[in-house]
Design a protein around this ligand. Structure first.
Ligand SMILES: [Zn+2]
Length: 245
């Protein structure tokens, strides 16, 4: 079974009943988690009740992407999980998790690897690259036989987005904004139209928009992205599962 499940899709903070960024990617029994923002851990445990996943990848240190890694650390510690869990993230993420938890040694629970790097993770070849955001953010590209999945984390417009999502079967792109950014402001997030433009440049097959500002009408974002990308576009909604075969 190859599928992507949306654990959460809100930018910044989670709306009532929702969660921030988090995704479960399953490939023939291998389970990788991409980001663990606010409220994603209970959603993850609905799919993996024992908290057993094979790898966690976190794009950057903002809590809407990493807050619940602290909960996973506690769960694995207090349930005496035997094996250390591979964690791929920026150094800032490690600092956040450590500072949230004075009583547990992070390296007892996680086998930490710093991003960006290129390596093999289970069936996936990982490629990763730094993208512009308020803090170091790493875009993730996972390649396995018959499947390419790319995920931006949070990013402004950048030529690397074309490389990150090149010919991806599924390009998961942040689309924080609907209105154009004010002139002269630093570009550290994307509009939905820009997400569509970069997905077109990358020749991605399917565009999944995510990281919606709380309260935003997601149908508007999808319509805007369809103006600039003519493949399949949909909005990540909490609980949505997409088959990848
Ligand atoms: Zn974010």
């Amino acid at each position: 079974m190859r599928r992507l499940t949306v654990l959460g899709s809100c930018a910044a903070w989670p709306d009532a009943g929702q969660a921030s960024s988090g995704y479960l990617l399953e490939y023939d029994g291998f389970r990788a988690v991409l980001d663990l923002g606010y409220g994603t851990l209970p959603r993850l445990l609905e799919h993996c009740p024992d908290g057993r996943v094979d790898a966690v990848l976190i794009t950057h240190e903002h809590p809407d992407h990493c807050a619940d890694a602290s909960g996973l650390l506690r769960m694995r510690h207090y349930t005496a999980a035997r094996e250390r869990l591979p964690l791929y993230c920026t150094s800032g993420v490690l600092d956040r998790i450590e500072h949230a938890e004075p009583d547990i040694t992070l390296t007892d629970v996680f086998d930490a690897h710093e991003l960006p790097q290129c390596c093999q993770i289970g069936p996936f070849e990982l490629e990763s690259m730094t993208l512009p955001h308020h803090v170091p953010n790493v875009g993730i590209r996972l390649i396995a036989p018959g499947l390419v999945v790319a995920y931006t984390g949070d990013t402004g417009p950048d030529p690397a987005l074309e490389i990150l999502g090149a010919h991806a079967d599924l390009y998961l792109m942040e689309a924080t904004r609907q209105a154009p950014a004010p002139p002269g402001s630093p570009r550290l997030v994307l509009t939905a139209r820009e997400a569509g433009e970069w997905a077109t440049k990358a020749r991605a097959h399917r565009l999944v928009l995510t990281h919606f500002w709380p309260g935003a009408d997601r149908a508007v974002s999808v319509r805007q992205a369809r103006e600039t990308f003519h493949g399949d576009v949909l909005a990540a909604e909490d609980g949505l599962t997409l088959l990848l075969e």
